[in-house]
Write a protein that binds this ligand. Structure first.
Ligand code: FAD
Ligand code: DHB
Length: 393
């Protein structure tokens, strides 16, 4: 078997890459180790930057997003019992964020892929990459008990943080890593959102976040120790803690409802440099991880893939490899700025186990400064809605 681009992983990065390549008439095979339902049901990110929405719109996978997604022109920063309004659109010349679950994005991209008739194989096993330093790299895998070989011009490693592609880059890469001394306990609840905007809360008991998925479903998180056992948290205890951290002096609080899903996610910052070796290119979580506080993971996967699809299309259009050679540097410029912002949001809004009362007061002063300064709010807003990126493709 042969294809132009072998894509490993059918998360947002792999599916979006397949979609963009298809629009340029480039063929690909997407290989995913999980089954179709598992990939759709995974509850993960929920916030799309303006750029991601623009890219989906420009490439024709936006119909349901515009029908069911929720545009947010603002958010709240909450501390010392008060919510402070951050008018994102007003501060960024009209940009916004959109609340639309990652699983909905994945569903839309899966449908688009199926409509093209191009290959998308689920439940493949024992995937490995070979000859990445040659002009004909190959992917080996098992499907339905049969050993297969897929020869490619290029391999895209879109297989997430625990995939096989990053370890296959060899020794010529450097990893930059930071592990945070906390994680997030997240829930989906059957409760109407009680605020029209997200609420990021710094509380003496720790960080908490109010978000949503639809007019009937609220999404909430709070900071816990990184290895917290979810079984230690019966539903009543979760609501008790959520209400303690999120409620504000003006009487605002989240609506309480049946908990549909709960889990704990550890938090880290991680970057691979360069994001390629030979003809193996990484995109998305396989190359980098951000802590979720800035809601950037999915968006960063989309910007990597846009750069990679442009570079591959340029190669087939002109025979030149310059954009492919520059791919890692180009992608990493945004990756590092986004790492910086995600780290900054994380350290501004969480309590650290080794902090002292001075640190707590300083963090409150930081938030008081930010919410009182149009310059500081503008910096936050332009990063939160996403730094400018040309989506032409
Ligand atoms: P993934 O979505 O991880 O997709 C990779 C795919 O590759 C998966 O489908 C996987 O099954 C497949 N794969 C792995 N190994 C192989 C293999 N060997 N062969 C074939 N296929 C393979 N971001 C936010 O912004 N907000 C959040 O609230 C948030 N919550 C998160 C919670 C969790 C538990 C996790 C893990 C991530 C969360 N993120 C969040 C980050 C965001 O979901 C990711 O940044 C985003 O999914 C990246 O997309 P991706 O396609 O690069 O990777
Ligand atoms: C959501 C997740 C985030 O990490 C974030 O910063 C904001 C919202 C969410 O799942 O809705």
């Amino acid at each position: 078997m042969h294809t132009q681009v072998g894509i490993i992983g059918a998360g947002p990065a792999g599916l979006l890459l397949g979609h963009l390549l298809h629009l340029k008439g480039i063929d690909s095979v997407i290989l995913e180790r999980r089954n179709h339902e598992y990939v759709i049901d995974r509850v993960r990110a929920g916030v799309l930057e303006q750029f991601t929405v623009d890219l989906m719109t420009q490439t024709g996978v936006e119909a349901r997003l515009h029908r069911e997604g929720m545009r947010h022109d603002s958010l709240y920063l909450s501390f010392a019992g008060r919510r402070h309004h951050v008018p994102l659109a007003e501060l960024t010349g009209g940009k916004a964020i959109y609340v639309y679950g990652q699983n909905e994005v994945v569903k839309d991209l899966m449908d688009a892929r199926i409509a093209t008739g191009r290959p998308l194989h689920y439940e493949v096993q024992n995937v490995s990459v070979h000859n990445i330093d040659s002009s004909k790299p190959a992917i080996h895998y098992e499907a339905d008990g049969k050993q297969e070989e897929l020869k490619c011009d290029f391999i895209a490693g879109c297989d997430g943080f625990h995939g096989i592609c990053r370890p296959a880059l060899g020794d010529a890469v450097t990893f930059y890593d930071k592990i945070y001394p906390f994680g997030w306990l997240g829930i989906l609840a059957e409760a109407a959102p009680s605020s029209e905007a997200l609420v990021y809360t710094y509380h003496e008991r720790g960080f908490a976040l109010f978000s949503m998925r639809s007019p009937r479903i609220t999404r909430l998180y709070f900071q816990v120790p990184p290895d917290e056992d979810i079984d230690k948290w019966p539903d009543d205890a979760i609501w008790d803690e959520m209400l303690k951290r999120l409620s504000t002096q003006d009487g605002w609080k989240p609506n309480v409802g049946r908990i549909l899903n709960k889990n704990v996610t550890a938090m880290r910052s991680f970057v691979t440099e360069p994001m390629r070796a030979g003809r193996l290119y990484l995109a998305g979580d396989s190359a980098h991880i951000v802590p979720p506080t800035g809601a950037k993971g999915l968006n960063l996967a989309a910007s990597d893939v846009l750069h990679l699809a442009r570079a591959i299309a340029s190669f087939y259009g002109t025979g030149k490899t310059d954009l492919l050679d520059q791919y890692s540097d180009t992608a990493l410029q945004r990756v590092w700025k986004t790492q910086r912002f995600s780290w900054w949001m994380t350290q501004t809004l969480h309590r650290f186990p080794d902090e002292n009362p001075f640190d707590y007061k300083r963090q409150l002063a930081d938030l008081d400064y930010i919410t009182g300064s149009r310059a500081a709010l503008t910096s936050l807003a332009e990063n939160y809605v996403g730094l400018p990126l040309d989506v032409s493709f």
